[in-house]
Ligand binder design. Structure first.
Ligand SMILES: *Cc1c(COP(=O)(O)O)cnc(C)c1O
Length: 305
């Protein structure tokens, strides 16, 4: 059974050696959150753990959460619920009868799918009420909110092997993981969120929240025109992903981590880093989502064989 103690596992820190980095005096380490657990990969477990504590404190019988048909969050939540013996209702933002490998896993772990193609504030309110009346806990999008932020902060506070970084990089979804790193006691120079193609309004509000709540942190968001829209994979990406897997045993996901890694390489090649920069790139996991790619795109599969 899972417990909060699982947060205490130190994720491996991989020193990433590339000529493009060493030539400009850039030192890169990857924090392999993807390697913490075979199924519950990445940042989702960090965000989820405090919600499970809340569910336990409230003696909830189940959890309700919403996400897309390939959602890493729904996937992780379904697995965690099965492990701790909670019911799980997945509100899937997709047309009825949509079938994906992610949804198949959720069903196999005992989760119930409810298709909500037009999920909005009103439907969220409806399900919030339903959850309250039925002894369930409703978790907002992606494990957002103070619980998610605190879960990430707590994990980073338990990893004293992370020291002396000039920059910490993390791909942005809701921004909860970045906020959690900002909220942690970790000392570092600059916090960098990689914009993997979500809308600008979202990022302006994240910048405002960061400045208001964590004014002692230097936070910036980086964009690159080649990264494409959120969830869309540019054609140049799969060959690069295959190359990183081959040369560095680094499996990335097409939505978040591959784009962050690509941007890092582009900036290193453009000479954007001062010599001596020590950079920590957070591998936030998400590898199960690669199953949405056309078969044969990648030389590696999930779960790793
Ligand atoms: C969800 C997710 C993110 C984004 O995390 P947020 O806390 O929502 O910003 C980044 N990478 C991967 C692989 C994810 O699944």
């Amino acid at each position: 059974m899972l417990s909060i103690a699982d947060l205490l596992i130190h994720p491996p820190l991989q020193n990433l050696v590339y000529p493009q980095f060493s030539e400009v005096g850039l030192h890169v380490w990857v924090l392999r959150l993807d390697a913490m657990h075979a199924i519950l990969s990445g940042n989702k477990w960090l965000k989820l753990a405090p919600w499970l504590d809340t569910a336990s404190a409230q003696q909830s019988v189940g959890i309700v959460a919403h996400g897309g048909p390939w959602s890493n969050f729904l996937h992780a939540t379904a697995y965690a619920c099965q492990q701790v013996g909670l019911a799980f209702t997945a509100l899937v933002q997709a047309p009825p009868h949509t079938s994906t490998a992610t949804l198949a896993d959720i069903v196999a772990w005992g989760g119930q799918l409810v298709f909500e193609p037009a999920f909005n504030a009103q439907r969220q309110q409806h399900w919030g009420q339903w959850a309250a009346q039925n002894g369930h806990l409703y978790i907002p999008m992606g494990g957002d909110g103070p619980e998610g932020v605190q879960g990430v902060a707590k994990a980073f506070n338990n990893w004293p092997h992370l020291q002396n970084f000039s920059q910490v990089w993390c791909a942005l979804g809701t921004g909860t993981t970045c906020l959690g790193i900002a909220a942690s006691k970790l000392a570092f120079g600059q916090l960098v969120g990689v914009n993997v193609g979500l809308n600008q309004r979202h990022y302006l509000s994240l910048l405002a929240t960061m400045a208001q709540q964590y004014p002692h942190r230097q936070f910036k968001i980086l964009d690159h025109p080649n990264l494409g829209r959120f969830g869309k994979m540019p054609a140049y990406l799969p060959p690069l992903m295959n190359n990183w897997a081959e040369t560095h045993h680094l499996h990335t996901d097409a939505v978040y981590t591959a784009k962050a890694f690509y941007l890092l390489q582009q900036m290193a090649e453009a000479g954007s880093f001062e010599a001596g920069t020590r950079l920590l790139l957070i591998h936030t996991g998400g590898l199960q989502g690669n199953r949405s790619l056309p078969p044969g795109s990648l030389s590696y599969s999930w779960p790793a064989s």
